[in-house]
Design a protein around this ligand. Structure first.
Ligand code: ATP
Ligand code: MG
Length: 416
């Protein structure tokens, strides 16, 4: 037998309704916030992520699924959705449409990581990206969209926000960070030592225990924000507070990707172990330009669907009911089975879920089967029923039976 690849997961037929619920909820929230869906390819040229996500990130350094295709091009399976969304925006000239351009996506993403609960090699994200507004109101709107999504799913998380400033304040902060880290460098991991020169901010994102301890004493970026960035941050905070959205400021959030600026945020839970961040996002004003487009500010987030499902399951969140047939129609011989087939087909064409026997079961066995399927109604067609053009429909919840003409079954079910 050939097994599923490490770090990937099947969605089984009796589990997919949970995924659909999360995805439908994402679409509902997207509609309410007037976001339009985009779809980008599963793979892109490797350079997009090297330039877009950043060479000093774990994602690009260690986690990408990269290969050469038969034409000798370097291809990478998308490790996240933002770089592809920005490429789509640039390549299709969306900068000339009315701003902001508000988008969302639901996509698989691929990262070569050590698989654990809530950490997979293929996972899925619901993400939104809003291009063309630098206003702090947009940051607040995007954070509210994430919060609305999580609320609708009934999961409890904590919102943590930070501002990592712009190029100007980051330069000052990086200097301060280097001063702080210099005497500790020998005790830090190799990755951090290379980050020290290239991008000291990224050192704050290290997951090594030793580095984390040292990070705790590092200066806070919020003390280094320039006038504009600090005003922007105040604006975001005041809008969140005014709408009653609780948050804490966590100066250690820098996010895993290089393209962020100003506002960054995470929705975290302590109910799913070490992988507590279910949703992360932030502003990335430099990305579009970095990828060869115009100067277009943008902000977005991505929520990990597997982590969300894990959180929902761990905390007993409510899912809607699993899909069940509305009616099961049993026949007992060639003719009555043909009738059952005919009625089921007619109902199905009207959009009513109907099921019949496929295995030549006895009527008794069909009743058991219908019960296992969770059918709400069962109708048994025998010789008499065929002759009278009428069948007893049994309501499986309360056991009552009602005689209904063959051609009135649809009306009957719709009335229930
Ligand atoms: P982490 O710090 O947990 O590695 P990250 O900063 O790499 O997360 P992002 O790139 O911001 O994560 O991705 C957004 C969301 O996607 C995360 O908050 C998480 O819910 C989900 N996610 C990221 N990587 C994985 C993975 N390997 N498996 C499952 N979900 C993931
Ligand atoms: Mg990661």
């Amino acid at each position: 037998m050939i097994n599923i690849p490490k770090g990937t997961k099947d969605v089984l037929p009796n589990q997919s309704y949970k995924w659909q619920y999360v995805e439908n909820t994402a679409r509902e929230v997207a509609r309410a916030f007037n976001l339009s869906e985009i779809r980008t390819p599963t793979f892109e040229y490797t350079e997009l992520f090297q330039r877009g996500v950043g060479e000093t990130t774990d994602v690009v350094n260690k986690e990408m699924y990269t290969f050469e295709d038969k034409g000798g091009r370097s291809i990478t399976l998308k490790p996240e959705g933002t770089a592809g969304a920005a490429r789509l925006f640039i390549e299709n000239g969306l900068a000339s449409s009315p701003m902001p351009v508000k988008t969302f996506y639901i996509t698989p993403a691929f990262r070569y990581e050590r698989p654990q609960a809530g950490r997979l090699r293929e996972f899925h994200q619901f993400g939104i990206e809003v291009f063309g507004s630098s206003a702090f109101q947009t940051d607040a709107e995007v954070i509210f969209a994430a919060s609305a999504f999580l609320d609708k799913l009934g999961v409890k998380t904590k919102l943590e926000i930070n501002s990592i400033g712009c190029k100007v304040c980051r330069a000052e902060y990086n200097k301060a960070l280097k001063e702080y880290f210099k005497p500790h460098l020998a005790d830090m991991c190799e990755t951090c030592r290379t980050r020290f020169d290239k991008n000291p901010l990224r050192m704050l994102d290290c997951k090594e225990e030793g580095c984390k301890k040292i990070n705790a004493g590092a200066p806070d970026i919020t003390d280094y924000l320039c006038g504009e960035c600090s005003q922007h941050f105040e604006g975001v905070k005041s809008l969140l507070s005014a709408q009653g959205l609780e948050f804490t400021i966590n100066p250690r959030i820098v996010r895993g990707l290089d393209y962020y600026s100003k506002t960054v945020f995470e929705f975290v839970s302590d109910a799913i172990g070490a992988q507590g961040t279910v949703c992360g996002g932030g502003r990335y004003d430099g990305l579009v330009e970095q990828l060869g487009g115009q100067t277009v500010p943008a902000i977005g987030f991505a929520a990990g669907i597997e982590r969300l499902l894990l959180l929902m399951e761990n905390t007993g969140a409510k899912f809607p009911e699993e899909q069940k047939p509305r009616i099961y129609i049993a026949g007992m011989d060639v003719e009555t089975r043909a009738k059952a087939f005919e009625i089921a087909t007619a109902l199905r064409l009207k959009g009513i879920s109907a099921e019949i026997d496929h295995l030549n079961r006895s009527v008794k066995a069909q009743f058991k089967y219908a019960d296992k399927l969770g059918a709400q109604y069962v109708a048994v067609i025998g010789g008499n029923e065929l002759a009278n053009g009428e069948v007893n429909i049994k309501n499986m919840t309360d056991g009552t039976q009602t005689a209904v003409k063959f051609n009135e079954i649809e009306t009957y079910l719709n009335k229930q």
